[in-house]
Design a protein around this ligand. Structure first.
Ligand code: HEM
Length: 356
């Protein structure tokens, strides 16, 4: 991504738009990145960029993934009047069927390729599961592997991309926080190499920024629906067995009884363990807690850290960026983020090395 951003900036350098800064469609760039990260992990393939092998197939798969997010987040009339499902007036069922078929077909093909090319060739999640399947074929059947791979691709892309977009938006609306994060990275990591995971322990303020963003904008505001396995009594309410339960972490994480000035973006509230003991659950909790949390925190840390380290960032205009939330399974920004960027001169050597 850094290489792409640098290359695209350089190739359009002559048409500089504003004071050496160029416009970037941030949401698109980050979604493509998180999709590539998950695809590489799961299947060893990229879905965006210069080196795509099967362009047509890739395009179809991308349409299916984005379509899945659109449909999963949208309310439709059949949700309220189930009888209408038979008629499928809005074509939702038809579209979901197409999406599922495309995804299943694609992932099944990847599994087949992995088998043909030899299990273990290039370590991917699918190759690891095929390897395990040699000892326990029932547990790691193709059906199970395919469903796990699809869950990872669906659960691990938009969530991280949305959060990165929120963090960047909050930083651009709070340039003093952005400068403080930049100063910390410059002091602890320097300008001779890129930030990496092992630096995170030395970047406490940067970590506070991610925590504060996840507090204000937990991408799954109601987590995912759970169901009571038995009748329970909770907070004075009798909840029958089989009830759908939604946890409103969005509201809890903005509760004025718990958080001082809850609507303000103040990463400092997490400094020196000051918010320890305050309840936050952007990744859920218990048994079904997000299994991708550690990966997401690393991915977001490396991506945001490198963006802050390597580029200067500005809002498109002087007004603050609109923080209106869109609807969906996850809470995206209502309007996709667009920003102005330019490579930092001090990072030119590092960026040139990436371009190889
Ligand atoms: C900022 C990034 C992310 C956030 C905020 C997030 C949040 C969540 C939440 C709230 C849940 C539901 C937990 C519950 O039921 O209480 C969940 C489930 C899940 N997440 Fe994430 N997630 C993120 C990234 C990822 C990534 C990168 C992956 C893949 C590696 C992933 C894979 C999953 C899966 C497979 C589930 C379903 C788990 C289950 O039902 O047992 N997530 N996530």
């Amino acid at each position: 991504m850094l290489h792409q951003l640098f290359k695209s900036y350089k190739s359009n350098e002559k048409s500089e738009e504003s004071n050496g800064f160029r416009k970037l469609y941030f949401r698109k760039t980050i979604f493509e990145l998180t999709m590539n990260v998950m695809m590489m992990l799961v299947a060893g393939k990229r879905f965006y960029g210069d080196k795509i092998e099967d362009v047509e197939e890739t395009q179809k798969f991308r349409e299916a993934v984005t379509g899945w997010f659109e449909l999963s987040g949208a309310a439709n009339v059949e949700d309220f009047i189930p009888l209408l499902r038979i008629l499928d007036l809005q074509g939702v069922m038809k579209r979901m069927k197409w999406i599922t078929e495309v995804m299943e077909e694609m992932v099944s093909k990847i599994i087949k390729e992995h088998r043909q090319e030899g299990i273990g060739k290039g370590k991917t999640m699918i190759s690891s599961m095929l390897e395990l399947g040699k000892k326990d074929p029932e547990k790691y059947s193709d059906h199970v592997i395919r469903n796990i791979a699809m869950s990872m691709l669906l659960a691990g892309t938009e969530t991280s991309a949305n959060t990165i977009e929120w963090v960047m938006t909050l930083l651009l609306n709070n340039p003093d926080v952005l400068q403080k994060a930049r100063a910390e990275i410059d002091t602890q990591v320097g300008n001779q190499r890129l930030i990496q995971e092992s630096d995170f322990n030395h970047l406490p303020y940067f970590h506070c920024i991610i925590s504060e963003s996840l507090r204000l904008y937990p991408v799954a505001p109601l987590l995912v629906p759970h169901e009571s396995r038995e009748e329970i009594s909770l907070g004075g309410y009798e909840i029958p067995k089989g009830t759908m339960l939604l946890v409103n972490v969005y509201q809890i994480q903005r509760d004025p009884k718990i958080w001082e000035e809850p609507m303000e973006f103040k990463p400092e509230r997490f400094e020196d363990g000051r918010s320890n003991g305050k309840w936050m659950a952007p990744f859920g909790m218990g048994r079904r807690r997000c299994p991708g949390e550690a990966l997401a925190m690393r991915e977001m840390g490396v991506v945001l850290g490198a963006l802050i380290q390597c580029f200067d960032w500005l809002r498109i205009g002087s007004e603050l960026i609109d923080l209106t939330e869109g609807s969906g399974l996850t809470i995206p920004k209502a309007t996709p983020l667009e920003v102005m960027y330019q490579p930092r001169k001090i990072m030119t050597d590092v960026l040139l090395q990436l371009s190889g």
